[in-house]
Design a protein around this ligand. Structure first.
Ligand code: RIB
Ligand code: CA
Length: 303
């Protein structure tokens, strides 16, 4: 039996973030969700924090704290994503929050927990990396205290905001660059992988047929989201912790473009030079059916 992993989920719910949260909450034997930190991204911080609170309530996990973080990227202004709807969850009917947002700012929460438990906590990052970037600005080696940082973002080829940049890295390229230069043990799950797990009609129907509240809410969110983006980006981060055997990739050198306006936020993925060292494990293959079987089996466990 694998050891139970202590995790903090940094996210911008967001429909696929919501599915990732539900997958994590449904896997209590393997994952101890210490807390959630939220960031502005898909929608404003006010909406991402409210959505995180409602997903926590839906999963029946009101004891898990939601900490609010950055409302804007480190530089420049926020760009949101219409694909999640104006409320960020595709208009799905979700329960009201069962607990208030925690008083401690997310950046302080992340730093304090990593320093208190060096080498023990896995950060799961599902949105723009602004909260982590601000934590690094406060203490530049803070992420080396994480057991690992598993993040959804970037791509070796292509983008989904521009031809070159993926949304999370595009919204805050400076934070992304700080994270990839932080010395942390990084696992990058980019578009190359997440495009392999589209939510199809058959898979939507499978989720609708689960019959529980979580399945119903997941179906409502995904039915809206899949009209514009079918890739199940963020749940792949949680699935990697649960079943790493579903994934494969390679160690590489990843650099984030912050100067060339035409390529801002691009993740340039290179082979490790002879005698050099990589800064991330870049995953680029997934067993899509195995992922969806896991997702549905776990969603069925929720209320
Ligand atoms: O590019 C996809 C990523 O950007 C996902 O995390 C989605 O939720 C948005 O944050
Ligand atoms: Ca996200």
């Amino acid at each position: 039996m694998a050891i139970r992993q202590s995790i903090i989920i940094d996210c911008d719910p967001g429909v696929d973030d919501a599915l990732a949260l539900l997958l994590a909450f449904a896997s209590a034997a393997e994952l101890d969700v210490l807390g959630i930190s939220v960031v502005a991204g898909n929608v404003s911080l006010t909406k991402t924090q409210y959505n995180a609170q409602r997903i926590v309530a839906l999963a029946g996990r009101a004891e898990v704290p939601v900490h609010a973080g950055a409302a804007e990227p480190m530089l420049g202004s926020l760009q949101t994503a219409a694909v999640h709807g104006n409320d960020g969850v595709g208009g799905a009917r979700l329960p009201a929050p069962a607990a208030p947002v925690a008083s401690m700012n997310a950046v302080t929460y992340l730093g304090d927990n990593l320093m208190a438990r060096p080498g023990e906590i896995t950060l799961c990052c599902l949105g723009p990396l602004t909260n982590l970037g601000q934590a690094i600005a406060r203490k530049n080696d803070i992420l080396t205290s994480a057991r690992q940082v598993v993040l959804m973002g970037g791509a070796a080829e292509g983008g989904n905001v521009t031809d070159n940049a993926e949304f999370n890295f595009f919204v805050d390229p400076h934070a992304a660059r700080l994270v990839f230069n932080s010395g942390a043990k990084l696992v990058m799950i980019g578009l190359d992988l997440t495009r392999q797990v589209p939510i199809t009609r058959a898979r939507l129907d499978q989720i609708a047929a689960l019959g529980n509240k979580a399945g119903k809410a997941a179906h409502e969110m995904l039915a809206f989201y899949s009209q514009a983006d079918t890739a199940m980006h963020d749940p792949c981060v949680i699935a990697y912790l649960l079943k790493p055997e579903l994934f494969s990739g390679r160690d590489a050198v990843v650099d984030i473009e912050i100067d060339d306006a035409g390529r801002i936020g691009q993740s340039v993925v290179r082979e490790i030079p002879e005698g050099g060292r990589g800064n991330a494990l870049v995953l680029d293959m997934i067993d899509a059916d195995g992922f969806f079987d896991l997702l549905c089996e776990r969603l069925a466990r929720l209320p």
